[in-house]
Design a protein around this ligand. Sequence first.
Ligand code: BTN
Length: 260
Amino acid sequence: MDLNKEAILEVIKSTIFGKTLYIFDAVDSTNKVAWHLALEGKPEGTVVIADYQYRGRGRESRIWFSPPGVNLYMSVILRPKINAELISPLPLLSGVAVAECMSNFFPEKVSLKWPNDVLLSGKKVAGILMETKVRGNQVDFVILGIGININLDVTTLPEELRERATSMRAEKGEVFSRVGVISDLLYHLEGNYLLFLNLGFSVIKARWLYFSPLYQPITVRSGEETISGIVTELDDRGALFITDDEGKIHRILAGNTLLT
Ligand code: BTN
């Protein structure tokens, strides 16, 4: 298998992320494995990667298509020493890191769809699932799960996903090094995370808006309500402001469902 620990440790450019590294042939979900490792006390920056997930998890209890040999399924343990209320931008931060990583190969094609889908030519190439353990105001740990379709043959996607999903290989017509993508991703993820801890969300927000400019039309489900309008602001918690046709402003936090 191309995903071996020595090969990855040899090329990673990050200083903390990936220094404690677990590579598996098959797991149910790397987020689940990382969660148990975090409960055992594994340090910040611990990374779990699997070649295959037999129960890959997506947002809102969806399944994340996770065949062997082609993609990246990775989870990172974070232990930010910040108030639990301040962690909501972390999925957006991860989206920025993946988008920056994709930009090296596809400078014109990359965009972000709030809160954290990464798109190539308007189709989803990567998804992020954040799971957290908090005690009162304190963050015990955060698991950032990232799935990237790297060398996936898109004709093998379940039919309902075929129109909406893509892979790096499908967009470029060539096979990518998974180890190379891991190295780039950990570098961008760590850089953005350290910026966030030191300076807050403002710099990350500017980077996010580069990949997802304001004043785009959007439709979001928030509880029972469906809100359509124009994106007019992203605040310091990563919440989106939508101005609807009647001029009413809605503030939507991540966790709501994007319909378009
Ligand atoms: C989404 O629905 O967009 C989020 C998908 C997140 C998938 C990744 S793959 C690695 C990690 N382990 C999981 O079970 N899910 C996340």
